[in-house]
Design a protein around this ligand. Sequence first.
Ligand code: GLN
Length: 474
Amino acid sequence: MTTAVAIAQRVQSGESSAVAELEVSLEVIRSRNEELNVFLHVDEDGARAMAKQVDHVVASGSNAGPLAGVPIAIKDNLCQTGVPTTCSSRILEGWRPPYNATVIERLVAAGAVPVGKTNLDEFAMGSSTENSAYGPTRNPLDPSRVPGGSSGGSAAAVAAGMTSIALGSDTGGSIRQPAALCGLVGVKPTYGLVSRYGLIAFASSLDQIGPLTKTVTDAALVLEVIAGHDPMDSTSLPEPAPSLMAHLNDGVAGKRVGLVRELIEGADEEVVASVHRAVDVLRDGGATIVELSIPELHLGLSAYYLIAPAEASSNLARYDGVRYGLRVDADDVAAMNEATRTMGFGAEVKRRIMLGTYALSAGYFDAYYGQALKVRTRMIEAFRSAYLEADLLIGATTPGVAFTFGSKTNDPMAMYLNDVFTIPTNLAGDPAVSVPFGTGEAGLPIGVQLLGPGRSEAMLLAAARVLEVGDGRS
Ligand code: GLN
């Protein structure tokens, strides 16, 4: 398995070059992208120029950075200067951002080479990548199944070996759920740990950017590079970024791990079995296991489907046919706005805008949006109490393995339920990691989820590392 750590080491030592590593990545993309529909845009020329720059730095005897020459796939809701950025929506067709997201700046400064933009559910609304205006992405492990979503393209890029690492965004599970369905490690960082400057907003009080990787070590490496205060994002935490790589082998000895009943309830038998086996591995590693119940977690889905659409309806008001991408001409400005939005947005995005606008409207605000915010506060308090009894929590990432195309598209509730275990941490603003552990139906991967209080990424990644070794994938 090629990891980012291995590529960077080869490039920095001169054993390989950034240009050669990029060509390997482009070759896999060329051979599988048509079948899997992973990349919406491959920036061959831009990537070659960046790779040459890395090789130049290495040749001059300098350190090219911890990600020297590592090709990386970027979810297409992150802005990269001059590179088409669509959010998988018709409404942004043809738009090229005039600036880089902070995460792109940091990755490039660390030597990484962004190769292209990956498919997602339109505006990151979905759990299967079937909501993309540019067609669904297929799961490389079984092309008859979805890769999860909304960061399905980023997950598929790594699972198919097109790149060793990718960036995704997670508002309600969109990094962890596709990571679970594609057999990868996915991290949803603490709210504010990673700058969202240049991330196209879906639900601003929930969105976070994070890595999808094959190994826990690569996840720690990428997160360490992209985390840290950014004056361009007012929600960015002021503290320095945590040191993650240095704590990877800390283990779990002495840690109290809370097995949360509500985070496995309703999951397939094989998923529950995986979580129980993961618990055994952590116990063998010296952790104490406590069984917990956090009944408030049941409220997560309903609160999320008011808060997230409410914020989305406001964030997406800017797509009016004037400033970005698509414009459908009409007799006057109002008619042009309407025609553009009617043509530019897909069904799920329209559904969310309507839900959100309704929840925010005068007369309904208190009953829906206001109520959801109160539920959110209860959830934050419930997590806080749980973290008095346990250092970290464990549960499933998803109720089942990757599902087949079309199996949930006619029933939005069935699709929404796929995020029942991931949504609560977004509402609380806390971090969570999905790590592959065991397999289920048809040999498909299962993801186990580790959750912790704010800024506990180092502890979560150390625990994930114990599971990675325990699952025989060290
Ligand atoms: N599937 C959830 C939704 O559709 C979460 C999406 C996300 O995390 N971006 O809202």
